[in-house]
Design a protein around this ligand. Structure first.
Ligand code: C6P
Length: 422
């Protein structure tokens, strides 16, 4: 199968709204699966989104025509696989508008990317008494690695608070910076609340104090255009499985000058230039950070997923999802007894809610009976739950293929739950 033979995504005309029905036709799972005999209403995209046929076809083509280990062989297949893998890196570079492809490190996802920066940068450059700033709305992936570093080095974690709507209190964030601050790590979009942080300002504040900053883009990349050069962030990371790509894929963007100063995260094959028992010299970036045989197929699938989204246009996806979120918010608030957790002025496609006093797990189970998939729990953001004094929430999260009719289905299922417990 040639590239040309693969189905093309619906072309993006920035002036036109999304043709959602046409997009839905690309996602076989949306029609293949009928939970409990009902049409699937998949609203758990913040946990993991679905894959279009274009990505599935790309994976099949790789497995049937291109598979071999990369960067190691002189034979035809190894060179073919290496080309495909490096092409995927260029897709990530374009998607994030990074200056160079060597600034893109493949990782298995956001969690691994943050751990890579913690080990590669943090363990080398952060010491006793130094301070690291995060925010109250971080996912555990952007809390625990920094806590581990603080414990190891005797450094101090400072947490910028959020208000009752789930917005970061920016003045408090600004006040946390001082001469001891050595690093900041903040989310672009909260997975539990949907809040879009004023990320450019947060980056500028860190830089005005000479502090490098990592942005967790796990929940931003599926919904918003991202330009790391315009943001001027030092690190930006995301997960492939949330941008319609495969699990086991993801990427870390880092400014070349910083990546070059960092120590490797893992040792092994491919990350070296030479090895003797006396001394090892490391490979150049990005390979210095990609030890061992990587998940080749998932990264190639990630490249295809980003090409798919880019062809549609992230601006159009953002506009569609903004309209969907506004409609869902309005309709849910019409249902008496529903409380929305996270009412920031700027939000991306996440709606966390409570139905009366019904436990979110019961809400999720009952919605599932109507074919509506939402996530329930603490969403790996326990400090957010503590801040809002709830043990968990039910969370509907939207993707480019969701429709207003699906919002209606969600609302109808929520009304049933409310009435059942009334
Ligand atoms: N959030 C959710 O349902 P991984 O697991 O490495 O792909 O992504 C971790 C992660 C990091 N940051 C944010 C903001 C995230 O939302 C996530 C994953 C999923 O909300 C699973 S807990």
């Amino acid at each position: 199968m040639t590239v040309q033979a693969l189905r093309q995504p619906p072309a993006g005309d920035a002036t036109k709204p999304l043709d959602v029905e046409r997009i839905r036709a690309d996602f076989p799972i949306l029609t293949n699966v009928r939970p409990h005999g009902k049409p699937l209403v998949f609203l758990d995209n913040a946990a993991s989104s679905q894959m279009p046929q274009q990505v599935i076809d790309r994976l099949v083509r790789y497995q049937t025509h291109e598979h071999a280990n990369i960067h190691r062989g002189v034979h035809y297949l190894s060179e073919t696989a290496t080309r495909a893998y490096e092409q995927a890196r260029i897709s990530v570079q374009r998607f994030l508008n990074a200056r160079e492809d060597r600034e893109i490190i493949f990782t298995t996802g956001t969690t691994e990317a943050i751990n890579l920066v913690m080990h590669g940068y943090g363990r080398r450059f952060i010491g006793a008494g130094d301070e690291i700033i995060i925010t109250y709305m971080e996912h555990h992936s952007n809390i625990v690695p920094w806590q581990m570093l603080c414990e190891e080095k005797g450094a101090v974690l400072k947490v910028a608070p959020i208000d009752d709507s789930g917005e970061l209190i920016v003045e408090e964030y600004e006040k946390l910076f001082n001469a001891r601050t050595k690093f900041a790590a903040v989310t672009h979009v909260s997975n539990a609340l949907g809040t879009i942080t004023p990320i450019k300002h947060l980056i500028d504040v860190a830089h005005s104090h000479g502090v490098p900053i990592l942005v967790d883009g796990a929940q931003a990349t599926p919904h918003l255009p991202v330009d790391v050069q315009a943001l001027d962030c030092d690190f930006y990371c995301f997960s492939g499985h949330k941008v319609c790509g495969p699990t086991g894929s993801g990427a870390l963007y880092g400014k070349a000058a910083l990546l070059e100063k960092m120590q490797p995260f893992k040792g092994g094959g491919d990350m070296i230039l030479s090895v003797t028992f006396e001394k090892t010299t490391y490979n150049t970036i990005p390979h210095k950070f990609e030890a061992g045989t990587p998940p080749i197929a998932p990264m190639i699938g990630l490249g295809a997923a980003l090409d798919y989204l880019s062809a549609i246009g992230m601006d159009r996806i953002a506009a569609h999802e903004e309209a969907l979120l506004a409609y869902a918010t309005e309709r849910m608030l019409e249902v008496g007894g529903v409380r929305i957790i996270g009412t920031a002025r700027h939000k991306a496609a996440v709606l966390s809610f409570y139905v009366g006093e019904v436990h979110p797990h019961d809400v999720g189970t009952l919605l599932d009976e109507d074919g509506v998939a939402v996530r329930t729990g603490h969403h790996c953001a326990q400090p957010v739950m503590q801040r809002f004094r709830v043990p968990a929430t039910a969370r509907a999260s939207f993707a480019l293929y969701n429709t207003h009719a699906e919002v209606d289905a969600l609302v109808a299922a929520v009304v049933k739950v409310r009435d059942m417990f009334a």
